[in-house]
Design a protein around this ligand. Structure first.
Ligand SMILES: Nc1nc2c(c(=O)[nH]1)N[C@H]1C(S)=C(S)[C@@H](COP(=O)(O)O)O[C@H]1N2
Ligand SMILES: [Mo]
Length: 201
């Protein structure tokens, strides 16, 4: 009865297997973040790569547009329990960013830095995955302001708070540093298959 009222999508068995424990599927793409949606001027926007790298660098929006691109078809999972299946993200593969940075052997973690001080951390091996992008388009359209325009990270193998919207830089680290939500009790690893939502999970 309740199911009919909230009109949840009918899922095939194959789709059901893609829904992690404790999650429900939504067809819409919810908007979720702390604080307000920043305004961005592409003419002054830049992106910094620094830390445990041989070649720290900064790129502009025009330089970003000239980088190699790819499209990733994937599912996304928010710790607040919504799951969206079959999203399509387009952008620059993270391997391009890593290659140019020339990571030092000491680089084991990354801290994503976004507008207004939002940060989130990942181990390098989770960042350096085939489906991780610096993403400027979703479902064929430029990102909308509330979904991270002009640029967000997409790291779909972890709860979606690990994918910073309005991202402005990547800092490579020898030692792990908790980000914004991680300091407020969210799980450092955030693997949705293991339901790693909060620190003690
Ligand atoms: N800069 C920034 N990025 C953020 C957040 C935020 O508060 N600020 N929230 C995260 C959380 S909790 C989720 S679920 C996703 C939501 O992305 P969406 O609004 O595009 O669905 O963004 C993540 N990235
Ligand atoms: Mo989230």
């Amino acid at each position: 009865m309740l199911d009919r009222l909230i009109s949840r999508p009918k899922l095939t068995d194959a789709q059901k297997r893609r829904v992690p424990p404790g999650q429900y599927v939504t067809e819409k793409w919810p908007v979720l973040h702390y604080g307000s949606v920043p305004r961005t001027d592409l003419a002054t926007w830049d992106f910094k790569v620094w830390g445990e790298v041989e070649n720290p660098y900064t790129f502009t929006w025009a330089e970003f547009q000239a980088m190699p691109r790819k499209t990733v078809h994937t599912d996304i999972h928010c710790v607040t329990r919504w799951t969206r299946l079959d999203a399509e993200f387009e952008g620059v593969p993270i391997q391009h960013i890593l290659g140019r940075a020339k990571l030092k052997p000491t680089a084991k973690f990354v801290l994503e830095h976004a507008e207004q001080g939002y940060t989130t951390n990942l181990p390098l091996d989770v960042l350096d995955d085939d489906d991780v992008l610096l993403c400027d388009k979703a479902d064929g359209e430029p990102l909308t302001p509330e979904h991270g325009y002009p640029l967000r990270l997409v790291a779909p193998q972890r709860y979606f708070w690990k994918s910073a919207k309005w991202i402005r830089g990547l800092q490579f680290l020898a030692d792990d540093q908790p980000g914004f939500w991680e300091r407020y009790g969210y799980n450092n690893n955030a693997d949705f298959w293991k339901e790693e939502r909060f620190t003690d999970d």
